[in-house]
Design a protein around this ligand. Structure first.
Ligand code: AVJ
Length: 324
């Protein structure tokens, strides 16, 4: 770990290993079925398109979670207690962070953990101006690993990891348990985690959220191919692939595919990949949880659900976890 002075806040650089886009894409296209990892959706354009998704009428997740936080943040703050060190996994638009920091009693420090330096610096610069007494201690690192946290100048009573947005849902259960286990190590024995989860509900509501009428989600998904064309010199024909998202009630997850509209060959970095007409490439899972299912995941990571808050329709939940 090394700390460099980056006025006005100090950034802790854990030197996260860089993503291997080429290796991951070649491996994914070589498998059966073909797959591409959803973490690569978020280049500059992909992040913009995701922000646009959150404004679509069908995409209830962000809207409902924000309203839930607004309604329950005072209660959450009471349960969490005063003088916490808030550690956020990823740095979103900052609206949820603001609500939480505003509600908490005398929070000591705020540590976003991010692998993108620009996203990290941007988020703390904005918040630093608004939350004077809260020490900004950003960490450039990979939150799937345990994070050695920087020590705030004022002593914190406990660490609170904040992981909103149902981002956990993009992971398989095995990956989610691994992340939650690392999280338990990061928060320590007195720590807690506040996690946003999308709840199981009518399949038609879920499918609409991932197949919006304006086609923003389709553009978001297909932007991955645009990225591969640009960054890996691939030659995906954007008119010959289509987005499709299907909810599987059995597994509680919506699965997003990119379907090849005809038989075609695509070259990526000098390698050829044949697609059959109608062949589906798997690009994203987004898990929806039941209370039992989520508690079971937490338990496998040595955590227990100590309290939960849902919106009035039980569409989205926040869960407070502590070491079991
Ligand atoms: C950012 C992971 C929460 O799974 O709902 C939105 C990403 N994908 N529409 C989700 C996403 C398609 C989103 N998360």
């Amino acid at each position: 770990m090394n700390t460099v002075s980056a006025d006005p806040v100090e950034l802790t650089d854990l030197h996260p290993s860089r993503d291997d886009l080429l290796g991951d894409v070649l491996a994914g296209l070589s498998g059966t079925p073909k797959r591409l990892p959803s973490k690569y959706f978020y280049d500059r354009r992909g992040s913009e398109l995701f922000e646009e998704i959150t404004r679509q009428p069908e995409y209830y997740l962000t809207r409902v979670e924000l309203a839930l936080l607004e309604a329950e943040c005072a209660d959450i703050a009471t349960v969490v207690g005063r003088r916490v060190h808030v550690v956020e996994y990823g740095s979103g638009s900052g609206r949820k962070t603001r609500l939480l920091l505003d509600a908490l009693e005398d929070p000591v420090a705020y540590t976003p953990v991010e692998i993108s330096r620009s996203a990290l610096v941007g988020s703390v610069e904005r918040l630093d101006r608004e939350f004077g007494p809260v020490q900004m201690l950003p960490v450039l690192g990979d939150f799937t690993q345990p994070i050695p946290l920087p020590e705030p100048e004022r002593e914190a009573r406990r660490v609170l990891v904040f992981f909103p947005g149902s981002t956990l849902g993009n992971l398989t259960h095995t990956e989610a348990v691994r992340l939650l286990t690392a999280m338990r190590e990061t928060i320590g024995p007195k720590g807690a985690a506040l996690i946003g989860i999308d709840l199981q509900k009518s399949p038609s509501l879920i499918e609409a959220a991932y197949n919006d009428a304006a086609g923003v989600t389709a553009a978001f998904t297909l932007n991955l191919l645009v990225r591969l064309n640009r960054e890996l010199g691939a030659n995906f024909d954007l008119d010959a692939f289509r987005h499709r998202a299907v909810y599987q009630p059995g597994t509680g997850r919506i699965e997003t595919f990119i379907d090849s509209q005809r038989a075609q060959t695509v070259s990526v970095h000098g390698k050829s990949f044949a697609f059959a007409a109608g062949e589906a490439m798997q690009v994203e899972y987004s898990h929806k949880y039941t209370d039992e299912g989520f508690a079971e995941l937490a338990a496998r990571a040595g955590l227990r659900v100590v309290q939960g808050w849902n919106d009035p329709q039980d569409w989205f939940g926040l869960r407070l976890l502590q070491p079991a």
